[in-house]
Design a protein around this ligand. Structure first.
Ligand SMILES: C[S@@+](CC[C@H](N)C(=O)[O-])C[C@H]1O[C@@H](n2cnc3c(N)ncnc32)[C@H](O)[C@@H]1O
Length: 257
């Protein structure tokens, strides 16, 4: 794979780990993670691959729930951060710096579950990654993957028409969401910002694909689609007014048939 993707994550490793801060952002905690956990089901005693683990808080969480977790990431710096955080918490996770599109060091039929949380939208090689996930799963094993919803992605084909700032929530009102060029699949780059509003050191590449592309790639890799979710915020919180109206994430569950 093009080394620039690895370089982007290496450059942003520290800023990304600070952003995640061992528990994820409010969007992760109150919208995405409860949905992913529900789709994963009881992980106790299961072998779980966390593909594109990042700072690794989900690896540690599911290891704490009794899964035997292997965590992989393209960034050696993020793998090092994940390893030291797990060590500090006394949690056992096996780590490997590797590309999810080429999981050569992992034998066939190794895992009960593959989790790819917010990673497939960052890889150019969607089909290769899905084929690798299929290969390393046992028969009947499950893949759960999440992406930022491609129809309503602020960084992709759309943006909110913004209103006034709500003094109670500190967020600007979303008047309506504008979408264009949804079918124009493409790579684009964005800088994320830290919790204190500074720009990340390097731009990050994203790949805009339609929902149909994800679904058809999943099916073409041999998976049966068993669930598709557009999770809403778990709390009735005014802060998430926009996310109650339009899905922020999309979550897929496939079964190796
Ligand atoms: C948005 S972060 C998500 C991290 C983590 N899954 C989470 O939910 O916090 C995307 C992660 O995917 C990793 N990544 C990007 N391309 C990858 C690839 N081809 N193989 C393995 N990891 C990759 C990045 O280094 C980064 O840690």
């Amino acid at each position: 794979m093009d080394d620039r993707f690895r370089q982007q994550w290496e450059a942003n490793a520290e800023a990304f780990a600070d952003l995640i801060a061992e528990s994820g952002t409010p969007h992760h905690r109150h919208i995405l993670n409860p949905c992913v956990e529900q789709l994963l089901g009881d992980v106790k005693g299961k072998k779980l691959l966390d593909a594109g683990c990042g700072e690794g808080y989900l690896s540690r969480y599911y290891a704490g729930k009794g899964a035997s977790v292997t965590a992989v990431d393209l960034s050696e710096r993020l793998i090092e951060t994940s390893r030291s955080l797990a060590k500090r918490e006394g949690i056992i996770v096996e780590y490997r710096a590797t590309d999810i599109c080429h999981l050569d060091s992992i034998p066939d039929h190794e895992f009960d579950i593959v989790l790819a949380n917010l990673v497939l939208l960052n890889v150019p090689c969607l089909r290769e990654a899905l084929r690798e996930f299929y290969r390393v799963l046992r028969e009947g094993g499950h893949l759960v993957f999440s992406i930022v919803h491609p129809a309503f992605n602020l960084y992709g084909p759309g943006s909110w028409e913004m209103g006034e700032k709500d003094p109670k929530t500190g967020r600007r009102e979303g008047v309506y969401f504008k979408v264009d060029k949804y079918f124009d699949e493409r790579e684009y780059e964005r800088y994320w910002t830290t919790r204190t509003g500074e720009r990340f050191p390097a731009a990050i590449s994203f790949f805009h694909r339609t929902l149909g592309t994800y679904l058809n790639a999943l099916i073409a890799s041999g998976f049966n689609l068993v669930a598709f979710r557009e999770p809403q915020p778990t709390a009735d919180d005014a802060f998430f007014d926009r996310e109650h109206r339009i899905p922020f994430f999309a979550v897929f569950k496939g079964e190796k048939g």
